[in-house]
Write a protein that binds this ligand. Structure first.
Ligand code: FE2
Length: 288
């Protein structure tokens, strides 16, 4: 069964389908409505217990395809399109009952100061391999939360194409206690239609790599949420600094290391692990 394509007209017209009442409503969706949309009291339920370390290890991007949080530079908003549906189930795996190339998307959600935000609600929806959205049920729809380290992890499939659009995933984000909702879309590098889709924006490209028969992607969101002046939790271990980065070493926020001839400052306290070398994880290390 095919869907009506939401063919882009321009960046402000919205990818509406005639008669679809959900189109273009993203700017008018209040926080209360959004929370309600994904489940009453959603922000008070226990956090998704994500293996932050595992997610981080799995999401280390190739060195030449880095994403970084730049203070003050927030993730841009994009149109909602006609296929958002409220009340998606809370789940971090959308692959049940669908076929397709497995895709794991991981990353952080930061505030404007590049501090990780926990308990951020992310509501995803996307097309199946045939380019169709499930508008009667909730196939390939779901919401989840960032963990205590601001990390999210979604398991899904690579979406298919449909007329007028390049390959993309829709998402809405809302930080706890914040009224504003970021509605945007994520894109895949190397897609021929990226050049012709007028909605596409390269700042929303994920890092995507092939792992076995599946794909792993990373994307860090930056929400228009003010940073906090409250310090990060006081480290219980004396900061390590001045040495060469080494796996297995605990680094407190502010610690400095050298790696590959460059100096990096630790942004978040953590114990270093293979794959978390400073150039790979801009969420943990900032070059100085
Ligand atoms: Fe879409």
């Amino acid at each position: 069964m095919s869907e009506n394509p939401h063919v882009p007209r321009d960046k402000t017209a919205g990818d509406k389908t005639a008669g679809d009442k959900t189109a273009g409503e993203e700017s008018g969706l209040s926080r209360k409505q959004f929370i309600t949309a994904v489940g009453v009291g959603a922000l008070t339920v226990p956090a998704v217990v994500g293996a932050a370390a595992a997610a981080g290890a799995a999401s280390a991007p190739p060195e030449n395809e880095l994403l970084a949080c730049t203070p003050g530079r927030t993730t841009i908003a994009q149109m909602e399109g006609p296929y958002f549906k409220p009340n998606s189930p809370q789940r971090d795996d959308l692959t049940g009952g669908v076929s397709g190339t497995r895709l794991v998307v991981t990353g952080h959600v930061f505030n404007r100061a590049c501090q990780p935000l926990s308990r951020v609600l992310l509501d995803f929806w996307q097309a199946d391999t045939m380019g169709a959205y499930d508008n009667t049920g909730y196939r390939l729809r779901g919401h989840l939360y960032t963990d205590a380290n601001g990390v999210y992890r979604l398991t899904t499939i690579v979406p298919g194409l449909y007329p007028g659009r390049t390959r993309h995933i829709h998402v809405k984000l809302q930080a706890p206690g914040q009224p504003q909702i970021l509605t945007t879309q994520l894109y895949f590098p190397g897609e021929p239609r990226n050049n012709t889709d007028t909605i596409y924006d390269p700042s929303l490209l994920m890092n995507v790599r092939t792992v076995g028969s599946g794909r792993e992607a990373t994307f860090d969101f930056v929400l228009n949420v003010a940073g906090t002046s409250s310090p990060t939790p006081t480290p219980t271990v004396t900061p390590t600094g001045g040495g060469t980065w080494q796996a297995g070493t605990y680094y407190a926020a502010g610690a400095q290391v050298t790696y590959g001839g460059a100096t990096y400052r630790c942004l978040q306290a953590h114990t270093a692990a293979a794959g978390w070398e400073p150039p790979n994880v801009p969420a943990l290390w900032q070059r100085v």
